[in-house]
Design a protein around this ligand. Structure first.
Ligand SMILES: O=C(O)C1=C[C@@H](OP(=O)(O)O)[C@@H](O)[C@H](O)C1
Ligand SMILES: C=C(OP(=O)(O)O)C(=O)O
Length: 749
């Protein structure tokens, strides 16, 4: 008999019959992975109980007697007892026996092994299962303890590969996930993630228990005390040993903690609520962000990012009055400019999507205190143009092209080095377009091959103003250069080949910064300051595009989209749908914080194919996936040209849309800079089928709208990234009339 992974070992000796060792051998036994288990513990009761409970077959009178003829020896005793145990069992160890331990500190065990067995003993494999519990002893034995838990193995250069293999397999056999790292790295990481928290928990309980009436603490201790101090119920001997054995690493992390705690104390003394909020909001964000990862450290979850699909059944029509989430472009810029301003900026309507949250986190990482978001409300305590601090780590901006490109401009002007990285999709997108002008300004910017992220920007290099002719119509590149211009000597100007969204220019002005716009050229001069302001972010016209198309193609539809930003550089989708015969009414036009806003009513209409005017392309650049769906439902052919930029978005949007339309029975063809889409007209419809969104939010949402004209179900794969720009999409879409069901797991569930 062997375990599922084909593991079998004839005889195992387990020295120390506690939770950890017993659970491992019991796990092996119940899975058929071991012939005989011999145990030893200095406590006779434990040995008898282990025998009675079928954890071991028999027990021995000494460690030496236990390990005789054993193939695998598991040493599971408190860290400081390891050396005497090794000394006791060494003479009886057979020449082929492999020996391993389960201690929480590896440096001290490594030294013990050297002292007892010599400098390069290869048959000892250092291991550490991350699966403790404050319960201990034989009675707590659990054969499932290690299922989907991590075990860290810290092999030495001279560790025998076969010994390593045996121990690894023995862990895999009980369902563990095995990871490998160096002894030193292990001890450093564990000092921070486990040893320090235990030390603090013990210390807090001790302090409080000594300074107050015991009774009072335990009567009134609320959840916080209970949660924080749960781990102080662990075994004192074990933790005494761990703290002693990992002394140096523990002291280093304790000193760091002490320093930060002192600063927090200072903030309380000084009534410095901004610093307090800084610590609290940063910590909360980090805890929220990492809670899944933290959970996954111990419980290895299957990867979730690409496992979310949409199953969309044919639906009839869209109706209702609603407001889609806040504008993504404005949300990004509100954080950036608010952070660089002097004073406190209040934002409402902020998009709580992953892209704009990535920007928010990046500024928190650079020391800006940002409260929220809470129901779209964000308070930014600006630090001024020179007030950013070096982040401790690389900035991670996920899926967001806008974050990395705009940030690269303003980071080129800082005194510190920064690295920015993103997810798989962002890592394929071109950054040469921002690196090139920044280098002309004197910045030192490194990219990966082909100008891809990560981007590394060197600080402390004086920038000089340039005049830049954009080689492509891109608001991100324009904004990058203008933001670098805030820090460049003299004047910086950008001339664009066609109008693109002008939120950066408008918002800089809103923050009191002088920006000159002259035809297609924007000019900025360094030396000014940004002054905090209030920002009301309108609903994102790019997110309304799916609904505008859905309502246009589905007969009987009538929807009103509220408070939509209708900046003239963003309304290409309205112009194009109208040119195709769409019934779109723009109502209640008003201006909110420098941006035009309106309510938009859309009713169904029979669309007709057109050649989309090229001047509309940059004004509808994110809306083409939705427009492709409209084109397929039109009477006649739609031709798109001049849109090669679509090939370098979150996916190659021309290819993704053409492939998907082909699956649904529409013979669309891609061209180098656009597509030709035959429309099926009034009497036609989409077939059903399985669509690959390639992790691109706009592809996923666009194909969900195709269900309004489909004769069978559409399945769309890889939809988790809808959360980057449109949190709550599914609920809103279903309320409006779609029949969309999520399948699989969303990120963060
Ligand atoms: O500046 C911005 O906020 C954006 C500009 C556009 O990108 P390009 O500048 O690459 O066209 C757009 O696609 C993106 O969603 C947001
Ligand atoms: C292209 C987009 O965004 P970004 O470039 O910020 O990733 C988009 O949202 O469609």
């Amino acid at each position: 008999m062997t375990t599922e992974n084909g593991f079998f070992v004839n005889r195992v000796a387990v020295i120390g019959l506690g939770l950890i060792g017993c659970s491992w051998v019991k796990g092996l036994r119940v899975r058929g992975g071991v012939g005989e288990v011999i145990g030893f513990d200095r406590n006779l009761d434990s040995m008898e109980l282990a025998c009675q409970s079928g954890i071991i077959d028999r027990y021995a009178a000494s460690p030496a007697a236990a390990v005789e003829n054993a193939d695998l020896v598991i040493v599971s005793v408190p860290i400081l007892s390891i050396r005497p145990v090794l000394e006791a069992l060494a003479p009886a160890l057979s020449v082929h026996a492999v020996i391993t331990d389960v201690g929480s500190v590896k440096g001290s065990v490594s030294a013990d092994v050297k002292a007892v067995f010599g400098e390069t003993f290869g048959r000892f494999v250092l291991g550490h299962p991350i699966a403790g519990s404050e319960r201990s002893g034989v009675a707590a034995t659990d054969e499932h303890l290690y299922c989907r838990h991590k075990v860290i193995i810290t092999p030495e250069t001279y560790t025998d590969p076969q010994a390593l293999q045996l121990v690894t397999q023995a862990w895999l056999a009980v369902g563990a996930e095995v990871e490998s790292m160096t002894v030193n790295h292990h001890d450093e990481v564990l000092a921070a993630t486990s040893h320090l928290p235990h030390l603090l928990a013990y210390s807090l309980v001790d302090t409080l228990a000594n300074s107050h009436e015991n009774k009072e603490i335990f009567n009134y201790a609320a959840g916080g005390f209970r949660d924080f101090t749960r781990i102080a119920a662990s075994s004192p001997e074990m933790w005494r040993d761990i703290f002693t054995a990992n002394r140096d690493h523990l002291l280093a992390t304790l000193d760091l903690f002490n320093k930060d705690l002192q600063q927090l104390r200072e903030a309380i003394v000084e009534n410095d609520t901004t610093t307090l909020m800084g610590v609290l909001t940063r910590a909360k964000a980090a805890r929220d962000h990492f809670s899944n990862i933290l959970a996954r450290r111990a419980f290895v979850e299957p990867m979730k990012t690409s496992s979310l699909s949409y199953l969309v059944q044919p639906a009839q029509s869209l109706s209702g009055t609603f407001r889609v989430p806040g504008d993504k472009s404005i949300s990004h810029r509100s954080i950036m400019l608010g952070s660089l301003a002097n004073g406190v900026t209040e934002v409402t309507g902020f998009l709580e999507g992953e892209d704009s949250l990535a920007t928010l986190q990046a500024f928190r990482d650079m020391g800006v205190v940002i409260e929220g978001p809470h129901r779209g409300r964000v308070t930014i305590h600006g630090v001024g143009l020179q007030g950013l601090k070096a982040p401790a780590n690389a900035l991670y901006v996920g899926n967001s092209g806008t974050s990395i490109r705009l940030l690269s401009g303003l980071l080129a002007g800082q005194q510190f080095d920064v690295e920015m990285s993103g997810d798989e999709s962002l890592s394929k997108r071109p950054m040469g377009r921002v690196a090139d002008p920044l280098r002309l300004m004197g910045a030192i910017v490194d990219t990966e091959d082909g100008g891809r992220p990560p981007l590394k920007i060197k600080g402390g290099h004086a920038l000089k103003g340039i005049h830049y002719h954009l080689p492509m119509a891109s608001a991100q590149v324009k904004s990058c250069v203008l933001l670098a211009g805030l820090y460049a000597e003299g004047q910086t100007s950008v001339t664009e080949p066609a109008p693109t969204r002008d939120h950066t220019e408008r918002m800089l002005k809103g923050f009191g910064y002088d920006v000159q716009v002259n035809g297609s050229t924007v000019t900025i001069q360094s030396g000014g300051e940004l002054t905090a302001t209030s920002i009301d972010v309108p609903a994102d016209i790019s997110s309304t595009a799916f609904y505008m198309v859905g309502a246009s193609i589905a007969s009987g539809s009538d929807i009103t989209l509220q408070h939509v930003g209708i900046n003239p550089t963003r309304i290409g989708v309205i112009n194009i749908l109208r040119a195709m015969g769409g019934n779109i009414e723009v109502m209640n036009e008003r201006e909110v914080g420098g941006e035009p806003v309106a309510d938009i009513r859309v009713r169904s209409a029979q669309l007709k194919g057109i050649h989309i005017p090229e001047d509309q392309v940059p004004l509808a650049i994110d809306e083409f996936p939705a427009i492709f769906i409209a084109a397929a439902c039109a009477e006649g052919e739609t031709v798109l040209t001049g849109a090669e930029e679509l090939r370098v978005k979150e996916s190659d949007r021309i290819q993704s849309m053409v492939d998907g339309l082909n699956v649904l029975g529409v013979a669309a063809k891609g061209t180098q800079d656009g597509a030709i889409i035959p429309g099926f007209g009034a009497n036609g419809c989409f077939g059903g089928g399985v669509i690959e969104s390639h992790g691109d939010h706009r592809i996923a949402m666009s194909f969900s709208m195709a269900s309004l004209r489909a004769e069978a179900a559409i399945i769309i794969h890889d939809c988790a990234n809808v959360a980057t720009s449109f949190p709550g999409y599914v609920e809103l879409a279903n309320n409006a009339g779609l029949q969309l069901e999520e399948q699989g797991e969303a990120r963060g569930d």
